[in-house]
Design a protein around this ligand. Sequence first.
Ligand SMILES: *Cc1c(COP(=O)(O)O)cnc(C)c1O
Length: 386
Amino acid sequence: MRDDFLPYGRQWIDEDDIQAVVNVLKSNYLTTGPAIKEFEDQLKSVTGAEYVVAISNGTAALHAACFAAGIGEGDEVITTPMTFAATSNAVLYCGGTPVFADIDPETYNIDPKDIRRKITNKTKAIIPVHYTGQPCDMDEIMKIAKEHNLIVIEDAAHALGAEYKGRKIGSIGDMTTFSFHPVKPITTGEGGAITTNNKEFYDKLMLFRSHGITRDQEMLLNDNAAWYYEQHFLGYNYRMTDIQAALGCSQLNKLEFFLQKRREYAKMYSEAFKDLEGVIIPKQLDDTLSGWHLYVLQLDTDKIRPDRRVIFDELSIHNIGVNVHYIPVYYHPYYQKLGYKKGLCPNAEKLYERIITLPLFPKMSEEDIMYVIKIVKELVDTYRVG
Ligand SMILES: *Cc1c(COP(=O)(O)O)cnc(C)c1O
């Protein structure tokens, strides 16, 4: 057994990253300086989007996107329960009502058929989440949105660098949000971004990031003096620092390398587990390129006794940093108090009982992967019935 703990995910910071941050610290601008624009420009080329707004974190990105979409009191927004609470919390921040559509049991992503069933005359937007980095069925989702005049906000916290039918994630929906938390595809410590091809959304997002205040001469209503600025709506201070943006630029230079490592390791897992009785490997779609943010192994709990917990706890004992992504959002006591009931999304609930996230991050070694494979195989063989 290894004696150091292997986390499920973690950042990779090298000397170039450190130097980039030090350079900003020695410069004139710690925030709202040139590194922000540089980072936004770099993200444009990675995502293929026309406009990018860097922001303080992925949750703020979702909040800003919901605001720009005009979500408010009385509006329903359809999303998946197989996500981090931040996705639907952003709808609540704006006074809207999250409506959960079930997942497809094969891809674990939101099921377009259930989106259709959940649409009412109050539906305003859809927030698909590219779970684990595997793109959702965007053709179908965009088609539904067009038919019902809905705004699509993609939560791509897992999917920077992922591709759907040859198109980069970040240039398909009306807006796409990203997170740069240390476990995500690249990191800025805390950080996020919104991409869009729509100038109106872009203008709103830029103001929302900074109190709703503008200094743009074209937009000022009451004066034009040199000191003058105006607040046009209630925004926030959601700005990213130049320290973070410079780290982001340096990290983006390594994105392709990071993705390559993730794909290589995910392939090693899937090769090792594809014929192991009692487990189900994540499905790979032919026309997408996953970002492999997470490797989620599904246990066939009809064959594992007593249940998922025994494998999870044993993996932890073996110093393997396992996790479960995710507890269906509406299971949280806060959502239960809002009136959401268990039973809402049976596929998501069933999956939740069966999944374990295995360690997957670029800085792991092949030996780390081999160790996880060996222990998983031993445990599944030990606890499998029949
Ligand atoms: C990480 C994450 C977020 C939130 O991003 P933060 O940067 O941590 O605020 C939102 N949605 C999903 C799916 C995430 O994984």
